[in-house]
Ligand binder design. Structure first.
Ligand SMILES: Cc1ncc(C[n+]2csc(CCOP(=O)(O)OP(=O)(O)O)c2C)c(N)n1
Ligand SMILES: [Mg+2]
Length: 431
């Protein structure tokens, strides 16, 4: 052991969305550990939100640099023109479908509420776009764009919200509580925040036991990441080197609780350090950054090297759900993020910066999305509600009504590492 040195840190300025002016040591002594969090952002939002009380009234105020110029889109290391245009189309479909759902709700066609991913379309669509066929997805309620990319249609999602007989759950559940474990490798969203993390880690472990390393992607919010199960699931994935790609969607609000009242770290990606896994920060409104980070994390997962935590910074541009008018959000914050709208910026990048899309082609693309949505919406509205006598059907598994077979191979009774796979800690434990 070397002689212990007293570390004297020179105060450094903090720039963060929850910048509380904490100090970090500027120079590190020889025995001091240092960690790097990969940061793809071209801008580091610099403001804080605090609770102000005046008598009985409680409200939030935002202070900081809200007039900063809007950053450009970061050039992707991997995406080509065709892929960018596909992601852009998914993002448009995502947004327009949610607008259609809002209208259907107002027309009394929706059973229950509607959840929106407004402002978060780049995060949902570009992340899921990095998955391959054999990978898995566990979306949350704001990730309807991920469901579209993974092969569900806008018609499926609209019918689900309307509880129609032909919807994915045949009218037995509302909103986006559905998945498809047979064809699309999608685990249904779990409302209990954080619970998808150990479930997806389990999917990766299952595939590993069948001889495959796959990427399993899921999401948790800035609020949801405070749960105990987030720690348990992520730690389990870390020690077992499971291919979990966890997007921490820091959209600054957990219902009406601002991020500054949710956690004390500068960036949520820093949590990765405590798990011993890579942590990455992306601007969640930049589709290229989201894709690049997701792609790299998926590749790492498929190599059997373990999980990655990606913090996507953005803003929830609507209330928690349709019943929540988000009156508690300071207006200047909406204005700041409205200028950073992920679709408008990506459109500008494709049309004006890269010139990959002419104005006419862009208009045609948008019209195509509108037409598809109109047809899907009309079909969904005209389709029947379920018959009452069907209510209990399919709720319980009766007499082996569906068999769950291994997808990737026969589980090894003795866990010797399959050829081409790195021996893992899981294999050691199971010997
Ligand atoms: C364990 C748990 N606690 C509380 C809730 C109730 N709840 C549902 S959504 C929500 C806010 C979630 O905020 P965040 O995780 O930031 O996700 P966002 O809605 O911003 O996408 C809360 C508290 C829940 N579903 N599960
Ligand atoms: Mg949130």
């Amino acid at each position: 052991m070397g002689k212990k040195k007293k570390i004297v840190g020179k105060p450094a300025d903090r720039h963060s969305s929850n910048g509380r002016g904490q100090r970090a040591p500027q120079s590190l002594g020889p025995s001091q550990r240092s960690y790097t969090i990969l940061d793809y952002q071209l801008e580091k939002p610099s403001f804080s939100i605090r609770q102000v009380r005046k008598g009985d009234e409680v409200r939030y105020e935002v202070t900081g640099d809200l007039s900063a110029p809007v950053p450009p889109i970061r050039e992707s290391k991997y995406l080509d023109r065709k892929q960018c245009l596909e992601i852009y189309r998914w993002m448009l479909l995502n947004r327009k479908m949610e607008t259609a759902l809002e209208n259907l709700y107002k027309q009394g066609q929706v059973v229950g509420g509607v959840y929106f991913g407004l402002g978060q379309e780049a995060c949902s669509c570009a992340s899921a776009y990095a998955l391959q066929k054999d990978d898995w997805l566990g979306p949350m309620i704001r990730n309807q764009g991920s469901l579209l990319v993974r092969g569900f249609s806008a018609r499926d999602i609209m019918m689900q919200y309307m509880a129609k007989a032909g919807s994915p759950t045949k009218g037995r559940d509302a909103s986006s509580h559905f998945g498809d474990i047979e064809k699309r490798n999608v685990v249904s969203p779990i409302s209990t925040l954080g619970d998808l993390i150990p479930v997806l880690a389990g999917v990766a472990l299952g595939a590993r036991l069948q001889g495959r390393n796959i990427a399993v992607m899921t999401y948790v919010g800035d609020g949801g990441q405070s749960t105990g199960v987030t720690y348990e699931g992520l730690n389990f994935a870390a020690v077992q080197d499971l291919g979990l790609v966890l997007f921490v969607e820091n959209n600054l609000w957990a219902y009406s609780t601002p991020a500054d009242m949710q956690f004390r770290v500068k960036d949520l990606a820093e949590r990765a350090i405590a798990y011993g896994i890579p942590g990455v920060i992306v601007d969640g409104t930049d589709a290229c950054q989201v894709y690049d980070a997701a792609h790299e994390a998926c590749e790492r997962a498929r190599r059997g090297e373990g999980p990655t935590l990606i913090e996507a910074k953005m803003m929830r541009m609507k209330g928690h759900a349709i019943h929540d008018a988000a009156e508690y959000v300071p207006k200047p914050l909406f204005e700041y993020w409205h200028k950073r709208d992920c679709i408008a910026r990506f459109e500008n990048y494709l049309v004006n910066v890269k010139k990959w899309l002419s104005q006419t082609e862009n208009r045609e693309l948008i019209t195509g999305v509108d037409q598809q949505l109109e047809a899907d919406r009309d079909f969904a509205v005209a389709s029947p509600m379920p018959e009452p006598e069907s209510a209990a059907g399919g709720v319980y598994c009766e007499s082996r009504c569906h068999q769950i077979r291994p997808k990737y191979g026969v589980p090894k009774a003795k866990m010797n590492a399959p050829s081409g796979l790195k021996p893992t800690r899981a294999s050691v434990h199971l010997k």
